[in-house]
Ligand binder design. Structure first.
Ligand SMILES: [Zn+2]
Length: 667
């Protein structure tokens, strides 16, 4: 994946695409949150200034020169001076000449690949899947060429003689090549085909919500959206268990493909000297697997006491709702999400869906755009509206499309698109704000000063963090009042709001940093045998999340395979955990330092200073090390500090709610 410029973030689909890193693609993890809308987010006063980086015009122009003649946008005055005084070394000149030669070959291949992958994701047919595999093979042949790998390695052997931006481009080329090394073309081809097949199976799957009496056939086919809606709303435990179990059926047909991909992905990564495919993906952060797992485990340790309080509160509330005894671990079908990755719908008063009744889905998307334009970003280009695929299809529609929300940067310039299935409810209101965060990130770094190869987020997590930041901002009461989602007379209880927010954000960490990241680490680093997948998956779900299946799960099923990212966006799920940390760090800075507002009631809209701050980060793309970017933007290294500060009032609140309860979370 990421052979080239590709920003990504969470959710999305595309197998090979992702795998090859063709387009800038942001796959987003399932959403679920906040709400409101009504357009207009009106002006406001300007606040403090943004980050160190220079906020250049967000949109930009046509394709820039391949090499960084100019200093990276990110460069500080000091950096510019240093570069300005230095004559390019012979190695630097060689590297620039090499990039001038290679980039015009690689970028068009990624653009074609992205366009074909878009068609395959929005109109799932065998022909489109085949075309996608063909485009992926072409891209793999270009980006993984042996000569390219050798030249990059030779130039990077003299890294001290290279400008930082030049070295960063060469490293990106090498990471991309590592996804499809030309030294083992037959393995690369098999992987591309296996991923295309897996994506097509997944995208084209129809769930069966109710079998025909007596078996044989499906009386009630349904979509992923149908399942999510039922798990959110049904109060009938029998129905919930049936729907939850139906949601796992997609894992069976996907298992053989994942068995094959486990081997092929590792073969590809090891060819380039990585410990495994997991190690290759982690290398994108400039970290080892050990360092990444240590960061994730430290985050889990810090947030564990808060999670235990939430778990205790939730199991008591759910037991009461369903009239059952309070369990130690929570049955998965009690929770309003297929993987218990977020726990929506627990705080009735925090549900804002009723305020969206009668709204048009189009209004939801337009209101999300208004959020950004109120910060000083330009309106979305016309091509976004023409090319995107934003609304759901009927379950019986002949066309099938990928069910995951995602954002696409097809040409590394202004061709940006989003794939969603927007309905008028709170979840899609938040998701629309999120996806447009990716889109504005794409547009912000698509400017001549940012080399095409570095038109990505500061790291993959940053892309997601920006989307999540907008989702968080869109969920705060002052904003909901301003844009008209909430009538002025309605003031949600701040305690209930904070609790529901934690049931999304904090609860997501044991799933992302715990279950998913540890399972995928084992899958690739340990080459976990397929016969053990089911057991290991549920061991992690119990250990990290305190959740158990409603009944014994069949050994031959593959419940891990039901998670889109395991198939399509493999070994990257920690992106979302890190994105949560970055999101809260940025939010904390915006609210406390720029706006001087309460982090829990903070309204960005209309604040050009917030737009300037964000643009200062977004316009950098991947021209600088992400650790430097977060440090300079917020004054802190990455950590859960801001996240824990955000939820600080919950600690006492939960202690009160849980007083006298048995809060054990495991045996
Ligand atoms: Zn996203």
């Amino acid at each position: 994946m990421r052979p080239l410029p590709r920003p990504r973030s969470r959710q999305l689909p595309l197998g090979p695409l992702v795998a090859l890193g063709a387009v800038g693609l942001a796959i987003c993890s399932a959403g679920a949150v906040p709400a409101a809308f009504a357009a207009d987010a009106g002006g406001g006063a300007a606040g403090a200034t943004g980050v160190a980086a220079p906020a250049a015009a967000p949109r930009a122009a046509p394709a820039p020169p391949a090499t960084p003649a100019a200093a990276p946008p990110a460069a500080t005055a000091k950096g510019k001076a240093a570069r300005g005084n230095k004559r390019p070394s012979a190695t630097e000149k060689d590297a620039r000449a090499f990039l001038d030669l290679v980039v015009p070959l690689v970028i068009p291949a990624t653009t074609v690949d992205g366009d074909v992958a878009w068609t395959a994701a929005t109109d799932v047919t065998p022909e489109h899947t085949g075309a996608r595999a063909g485009a992926d093979r072409t891209l793999a042949a270009v980006s993984g060429a042996r000569v390219l790998i050798e030249r990059c390695k030779a130039l990077l052997a003299h890294e001290k003689d290279l400008d930082e931006v030049t070295a960063r481009q060469l490293r990106r080329l090498l990471l991309a090549a590592a996804e499809a090394p030309g030294t083992i073309p037959e393995v690369v081809t098999k992987r591309v085909e296996a991923e295309a097949h897996q994506a097509a199976l997944q995208d084209g799957f129809t769930f069966c919500l109710q079998g025909k009496p007596g078996g044989g056939g499906c009386a009630r086919p349904g979509s992923a959206n149908d399942i999510d809606n039922l798990l959110l709303k049904s109060r009938d435990l029998g129905e919930r268990q049936r729907i939850w179990t139906a949601s796992k059926e997609i894992g069976r047909p996907l298992k053989p493909g994942l068995v094959e991909l486990q081997k092929l992905r590792n073969q590809v990564a090891r060819e380039m000297g990585y410990s495994s495919f997991f190690g290759l993906q982690v290398a994108d952060y400039g970290m080892t697997v050990k360092e990444m797992m240590a960061l994730l485990d430290a985050t889990l340790d810090t947030t564990r006491p808060l999670y235990e309080g939430l778990h205790c509160y939730a199991k008591n509330a759910l037991a009461k709702r369903y009239g059952k005894p309070v369990p130690v671990t929570i049955p998965a079908h009690w929770i309003g999400n297929r993987w218990a990755q977020r726990w929506p719908g627990l705080i009735e008063e925090a549900n804002l869906d009723s305020y969206f009744k009668g709204a048009k889905p189009e209004t939801i998307v337009k209101s999300a755009e208004s959020f950004y334009t109120s910060l000083g970003f330009s309106p979305l280009p016309d091509s976004f509206w023409k090319k995107s695929d934003l609304y759901p299809l009927e379950a019986t529609a002949p066309r099938k499309k990928n069910a995951h929300a995602s954002a696409w940067h097809v040409d590394h310039a202004e061709d940006v698109r989003s794939l969603m299935s927007v309905e008028a409810n709170e979840q899609w209101f938040g998701t629309a704000h999120h996806e447009l965060g990716h889109i504005y990130y794409f547009l912000s770094y698509s400017r001549p000063e940012v080399p095409l190869l570095l038109r990505e987020g500061a790291n993959r997590a940053f892309h997601e963090a920006v989307g999540e930041l907008a989702r968080l901002a869109s969920s705060q009461t002052p904003y909901l009042h301003k844009v008209g989602v909430l009538p002025a007379s309605v003031n949600p209880d701040p305690k209930g709001w904070l609790l529901q927010s934690a049931l999304d954000s904090i609860v997501f960490l044991p799933f992302s940093a715990g279950t998913m990241s540890h399972f995928e680490r084992d899958l690739y680093e340990e080459e976990l045998p397929p016969a053990e997948w089911q057991k290991r998956w549920w061991e992690y779900v119990a250990r990290y999340q305190g959740v158990v299946p409603p009944a014994a799960r069949p050994d031959d099923a593959c419940d891990a395979c039901t998670k889109t990212h395991i198939n399509d966006d493999p070994a990257q799920y920690y992106d979302y955990a890190l994105a949560a940390l970055i999101k809260f760090q940025l939010h904390d800075h915006i609210c406390t330092k720029i706006l001087k507002q309460d982090v829990r009631a903070c309204d960005y809209s209309g604040q050009k200073a917030v737009g300037d701050f964000l643009r200062g980060i977004l316009a950098l793309g991947a021209t600088r090390d992400w650790r430097t970017v977060i440090k300079e933007a917020t004054g802190e290294d990455i950590s859960p500090r801001a996240l824990m500060a955000f939820y600080e009032p919950l600690v006492a609140d939960l202690a009160g709610r849980n007083a006298g309860r048995d809060c054990r979370l495991g045996q």
